[in-house]
Design a protein around this ligand. Structure first.
Ligand code: ZN
Length: 320
């Protein structure tokens, strides 16, 4: 009898404890859930605001240049006027008169007159070295071109944004960089291209117009005729750029000195010089060599380092 009463008491206090825990959990959840929702909404609001400001800036820029949207529609032509030097504000602004760029492609130094234009291009980024590369470029007040891939991890979001914010050109180098995938069919090439383009637009607000084929346009991997892929880029109003000088930083045995020599010895051969380098976790030597490479190019007579723009004559290994 006594033990039955005891048992009942124990069960009763267990129930009380359970109810107390239940109440506490409910109260905690009632406080935490709205707080979490508020934080998530605040972050989303902030992101949307950034995109809104970017879109507004673009719209203002177009309005200033082409009149209001009603003016454009009233003209009966929904396409914007053909104005090849038109670059939306998200892209770079340089104090260089591109109309005067002579891109004759002369390779004999004797033939070279006027300014030599040198384009530093970095493939495969962003990487753990992107910030360091951007710091060096900022230190020398040099603008470059980054042919990036699609890396959705949050840790690279700032790198994509910084490339754009600091006035460099954002080019595309395929989303996946998987040769077996992108070169397997025209459809997969196009799907990869669109995926990267939209990803970059959502991340930075820039609708990229420049492409570098993984392996270059002369790659022997593609199962599709390269001219079909080039047509696909043309239809998407994307220009592709190969290179005429390579750092050789993707070759085995590449070190700082070799990379420096590969570039600095070859730049004088070209009047219009597109240099291939890499922005990748295993290419520290490129970063180490970069300051001296920039100094050497800047010391060359009548030579400037500029980013790729709509006015840049592309170097193309294979042309359509
Ligand atoms: Zn690559």
């Amino acid at each position: 009898m006594e033990s039955d009463k005891k048992k009942e008491k124990v069960t009763y206090s267990k129930r009380i404890r359970y109810l107390r825990r239940l109440i506490l959990t409910t109260v905690a959840a009632a406080c935490l859930i709205p707080t979490c929702i508020c934080v998530i909404l605040a972050v989303r609001y902030d992101r949307l605001n950034v995109r809104y400001e970017q879109a507004k800036a673009n719209l203002d820029w177009y309005r200033e240049r082409y009149g209001s949207e009603t003016d454009i529609l009233a003209s009966g032509d929904e396409t914007l006027p053909d104005d090849s030097d038109a670059v939306p504000p998200a892209a770079e602004e340089m104090d260089i008169d591109y109309a005067t760029v002579d891109v004759s492609g002369a390779q004999n130094p004797e033939d070279i007159e006027g300014t030599r234009y040198v384009y530093l291009t970095f493939d495969d980024g962003p990487s753990t070295y992107t910030d360091e590369i951007l710091d060096i470029l900022a230190q020398y007040d040099v603008k470059a071109t980054f042919f990036v891939c699609g890396k959705a991890s949050n840790k690279y979001t700032d790198a994509y944004k910084r490339i754009v914010e600091e006035g460099h050109t954002l080019g595309m180098h395929s989303y996946s960089h998987k040769y077996s995938d992108i070169y397997s069919s025209l459809d997969s090439f196009k799907a990869d291209l669109d995926k990267l383009r939209i990803f970059l637009y959502e991340t930075t607000g820039v609708w990229s117009r420049y492409y570098r084929f993984p392996g270059g346009s002369s790659n022997t991997v593609t199962k599709v005729d390269i001219s079909e892929l080039i047509n696909c880029l043309d239809e998407s109003e994307v220009t592709y750029f190969d290179w005429n000088v390579s750092a050789g930083d993707d070759k085995s045995g590449a070190n700082k000195d070799r990379i420096y020599n590969n570039i600095v010895n070859n730049v004088p051969r070209f009047k219009h010089c597109i240099i291939l380098m890499h922005d990748a976790a295993d290419k520290k030597s490129t970063v180490d060599a970069l300051p001296e490479i920039i100094e050497a190019i800047q010391a060359m007579d009548d030579t400037v380092i500029v980013p790729i723009t709509d006015d840049t004559l592309p170097v193309q290994h294979i042309s359509n």
